[in-house]
Design a protein. Sequence first.
Length: 469
Amino acid sequence: MPETTITPPEIVKRNKALAVSPLKASSTLGATLAFLGMDRCLPMLHGSQGCTAFGKIFFIQHFREPMPMQTTALDQVSTIMGSDDAVVEGLATIAAKHAPALIGLPTTGLTETQGADIERAVAMFRAKHPEYDQIAVVPVNTPDYAGSLESGFNAALKAMIERLVPKASAAGTKPGRRRRQVNVLAGAHLTVGDIEHIKDLLERFRLRALVLPDISDSLDGHLTDADFSAVTIGGTRLDELAHAGDSVATLVIGSSLAGAADALAARTGVPDYRFAHLMGLEAMDAFITALAEISAEPVPERITRSRSQLQDAMLDAHFALGQARFAVAADGDLLVALTQLLAGMGAETVAAVAPSNSPALQQVAARSVKIGDLEDLEQAARASGAEVLITNSHGVHTAERLGIPLLRAGFPQFDLLGGYQRQWVGYTGTRATLFELANIVLGLHKGEIHAYRSSLKQWPEAEQDAAAA
């Protein structure tokens, strides 16, 4: 199947000094999300209590679960005079009280503005408390005034790889030693349902997925015997990372993970396959071809049937979606996936907005991409006559003002249940998405020809009215 050629869009930079109806989820939250995909992990955000509380509310509303998060809780004095002691004390308290396997230490805008050196603070902790050397600590700089959710996610994942995945020369690992194991770097745009489906696809090719990070195991909303846990339950285990260099291949899903993917390849020498997204026929064909090549197995009949079902769904949906006008706002990887899917169905993305600039935006299937907020999206959607809006739950009021329907996608989704669990990727996920989009457009009754009713014929309701009179 020939590859679709995407003309790079014009990137329109910000032209105002503040955000109105913010779209962006901060890079600090992105880093925290990555840490939450690790087993027995406890993220500790370096900043004030409010910095952590605000993000914690987002996670609780989205996943509908209690979130294991802590904070260094800086006060006015430590904010001005220095915060190293707060980091040391916080790490020691968490290590003594909860004994996690991993403590993630992302910074916030407050400490980045202060100029905190978290690497130095962690070194001070190691020197002062050697009794906790068995607990891994991963600091990462994630100022919430720079980047977005996916850039913070990539920064944390890269930091974990550089600190927790041993170099092949030191660990004695060898690419391909575990012939059925495949590393999977899962981007921030993937939901719990997406990652579960990817793992299932690998199993159908008799491959075992080592997912980094694996939120499908830690944030899938399962009940446990324990009433409460101060650390994550499930996710990628630290001992598995020691064998990442023995995998036969690495699958990288999301262009935003280029930095993390480069770090893993440099440390392990494992060859990788990189995919911008896994939505649509062309993207999934490339992914399935890679799995067949890695596993040396034929494509299972169930997957072949799912592909033919998607093809039929595309035929059914294109009558509704052809020439439909969409406005989309999301982080780069998700924006690329959605706009390319729409373009493949003959629809047009007339307004595209991303919270921050990134190389991935060059693959967006739209004439231009505005770096901005939901106010920018609303203005562009109104000016271009958009018929459907696609963004996170913050877009509800935007859609109401525009008078058009909203499809919720991305993070956060707090006004409906199950958004974190929805599957978007794969042949089956794409099929379900196309049906939902087509039904939304059909609900607009655009260009519908109503039934003709002759004025010369006495219709049943008219006869009833006459009898009643």
